[in-house]
Design a binder for this molecule. Structure first.
Ligand SMILES: Nc1ncnc2c1ncn2[C@@H]1O[C@H](COP(=O)(O)OP(=O)(O)O)[C@@H](O)[C@H]1O
Ligand SMILES: CC(=O)OP(=O)(O)O
Ligand SMILES: [Mg+2]
Length: 377
């Protein structure tokens, strides 16, 4: 089966054709504006006919499996826009557009949240009033699930051990970043939450902050909630700290020039990441390996070495293994915990999901949580 995969991220648009599990064509728009559909039109027109289109949709609510997108499903997913305000509109714009491509093939929605659908209650539940949790559907959803499905499968192959027997701390470090504890292939805890804003500091997102801060800004200083939301999503993280850019390459260059703000930005980024890795390690009980994937992890050997410089979890990075790219063990033989680098290939997971849903369509499409249906319109 040949699948056209569409992966809108917060900073980029990644398009590919996956033919029998192998990428046969790809296009990467590194700075996508989130709205233009020309790239998808041009890419689709240049490819031989496909059997399906698979679209990465960041928020699927309580859905645990991919689904063929029709108007009802799209309307249900539209209600989740407030739960992923940067990503969900991008995904839905392209999903709707894909349904109108001349190819006229089924369009499958594949959800970042599905990987975390079985999070244990103690990890999924916020310490908030029960009436809020019930009425507003407040819970940890978790994201980056397509990346995690691929990275965990590949890690088992790299380590030569069955995934069912592995305890992993998986770091997806792209424009968005998250850390997930995976035991036996299942997500048991994760740093992102109700929205993709929680957790570690990211390119332009703040990650976890004291919830008193936005309340203080709105109540005492009269900031509009929409301005606060925008600042936390697009003006914070590395960009907000460094005052330059959310692109870690630029921040590292500024630090090399002696810029103190850039130095602080990287210190905060790494401190928050180390702390989250340690926290997720506790959720695995004791990890066999730390997995690194995503654009930042893949292209930054110095950052990988810096992350583990003080022997976090006993990881010893091997300088030779850490050079270059490709799926590999980067830790030394003597390392207490292994470290594995995996190239992020969400397109392979998108294609697998598309193939699986077309081969075995569900008898009825599950909707997002009833609480979300009730409260978010
Ligand atoms: N060649 C590179 N060298 C160093 N860092 C890179 C390179 N390419 C991408 N990055 C980093 O990866 C980030 C994007 O990662 P990616 O996983 O593609 O993001 P997303 O999928 O969230 O859009 C960029 O912001 C940049 O910091
Ligand atoms: C969920 C998320 O943060 O995705 P991305 O890394 O593509 O922004
Ligand atoms: Mg991405």
């Amino acid at each position: 089966m040949r699948v056209l995969t569409v992966n809108p991220g917060s900073s980029s648009l990644k398009l590919a054709v996956v033919d029998g599990g192998v990428v046969s064509a790809a296009d990467h728009v590194a700075e996508w504006d989130g709205a233009t559909r020309d790239e998808l039109d041009d890419f689709a027109a240049a490819q031989p006919p496909v059997d399906a289109v698979s679209v990465r949709i960041v928020h699927g609510g309580r859905r645990r499996a991919p689904v063929v997108l029709d108007e009802d499903v799209l309307a249900d997913l539209q209600r989740l826009v407030p739960l992923a305000p940067v990503h969900q509109p991008r995904s839905l714009t392209l999903a709707r557009h894909a349904r109108n491509l001349p190819a006229a093939v089924p369009v499958v929605g594949c959800f970042d949240t599905a990987f975390h659908a079985d999070l244990p209650a103690h990890a999924a539940t916020y310490a908030l009033p029960r009436r809020w949790r019930d009425h507003y559907g407040l819970r940890r959803y978790g994201f980056h699930g397509l990346s995690l499905a691929h990275a965990t499968r590949r890690t088992a192959e790299v380590l030569g051990r069955p995934l069912e027997r592995l305890r992993l701390v998986c770091c997806h470090l792209g424009a968005g970043a998250s850390v997930t504890a995976v035991v036996g292939g299942a997500s048991v805890d994760t740093s992102m939450g109700f929205t993709p804003l929680e957790g570690v500091a990211m390119a332009t997102r703040c990650g976890s902050i004291d919830p008193g801060i936005p309340l203080y800004l709105v109540r005492e200083h009269g900031l509009a909630p929409s301005d606060v939301e925008s600042a936390l999503n697009v003006d914070s993280g590395l960009a907000g700290l460094s005052g330059t850019s959310g692109d870690i390459r630029e921040v590292r260059r500024a630090r090399a020039r002696g810029d103190p703000d850039a130095a602080l930005a990287l210190d905060v980024y790494l401190h928050r990441l180390r702390r989250e890795i340690a926290a997720q390690a506790v959720s695995t009980v004791e990890p066999d390996a730390v997995v690194l994937t995503g654009g930042v992890a893949e292209h930054q050997p110095e950052l990988r070495a810096e992350l583990f410089a003080e022997s976090l979890l006993g990881v010893e990075v091997d300088a030779d293994r850490n050079r270059g790219t490709g799926d590999r063990l980067i830790s030394a033989q003597s390392s207490r915990t292994a470290a594995v680098l995996v190239t992020c290939q969400e397109e392979l997971e998108l294609a697998r999901s598309g193939e699986s849903v077309l081969a075995d369509p569900p008898t009825h499409a599950p909707t997002s949580s009833p609480a979300i249906g009730r409260s978010i319109r």
